[in-house]
Design a protein around this ligand. Structure first.
Ligand SMILES: [Zn+2]
Length: 140
């Protein structure tokens, strides 16, 4: 797995701003700016920033990784959660993002998202096994 730095954000808005800056090179001029998003289904679509932030708030967490294409800077795993979100959802989210940092990234975005998704699913499954062994459920 690539080395990475973990970066926590204080709000859904803050992480979306950081994400936007990473992939578009600057802050969005206003909340109505349309951006490309890739939800867990791997589909890419343009949605208003305001809509993106509210769907992230509804989900209770969000994350992204930035992987430098040149130089020796470490990758960064950015995340935000509302403190109430279920551990399973966090496991899936971090498993997915760590999947992007593990192995070889695929050039086609949809395929790469599917690859990362399998890491998220494995993380949730592993967590469920641990809960079963320990005889406790953290949520759900
Ligand atoms: Zn992803």
């Amino acid at each position: 797995m690539r080395p990475y730095k973990l970066k926590k954000h204080r709000s859904a808005r803050a992480i979306v701003r950081e994400w936007y800056k990473h992939f578009n090179g600057r802050y969005p001029p206003s909340e109505s700016t349309a951006v490309d998003s890739h939800p867990l289904d791997g589909k890419v679509r343009a949605i208003p920033l305001k809509e993106m932030i509210s769907s992230i708030k509804e989900q209770g967490c969000w994350a992204f990784v930035s992987i430098p294409t040149k130089g020796k800077r470490p990758s960064e795993l950015h995340y935000w959660h509302d403190g109430k979100v279920c551990d399973h959802v966090l496991m899936e989210m971090f498993g997915h993002e760590l999947g992007h940092l593990a192995g070889k990234n695929l050039k086609v975005l949809k395929r790469e998202e599917e690859r990362a998704h399998s890491y998220g699913a494995a993380a949730v499954e592993a967590f469920s096994i641990v809960e079963k062994i320990r005889g406790r459920k953290s949520c759900g």
